[in-house]
Design a protein. Structure first.
Length: 116
């Protein structure tokens, strides 16, 4: 079986992202999971997948994706924000508060004009 090209995976990732934004988070999440399986570790796919899981009401799955993002060194502020959202969705409010506080600390320490 031939693996999809990078361009094809990019189009699938974009389609998954659009599905989430158009209110079809469950289907977008499934598509993004497929892209992650075909191209593991892509930071843009994981970011979109984490958000899709959270929007689809699947915070436990979203938290697993966020933990992979953290392990691989993705943007700390972004991962803290997503972690807080996942933990809040799981009812772990104290842990969510800690993650949100870390997000705010990281954002405040960011130099003016630096990317998020």
């Amino acid at each position: 079986m031939t693996r999809p090209s990078h361009d094809a995976l990019h189009v699938l990732r974009l389609l998954g992202h659009l599905m989430v934004n158009q209110g079809n988070a469950a289907h977008g999440m499934t598509l993004l999971q497929a892209v992650e399986a075909l191209q593991p570790g892509d930071r843009w796919t994981r970011r979109a997948l984490a958000r899709a899981c959270l929007v689809a009401g699947r915070p436990a799955e979203g938290l697993k994706v966020v933990q992979l993002m953290q392990r691989d060194g993705d943007a700390p502020a972004l991962t803290c924000l997503l972690e807080g959202q996942a933990l809040q969705g799981l009812g772990r409010h104290t842990d969510a508060y800690r993650a949100y506080r870390e997000f705010l600390r990281l954002r405040a320490a960011r130099p003016e004009g630096a990317a998020a």
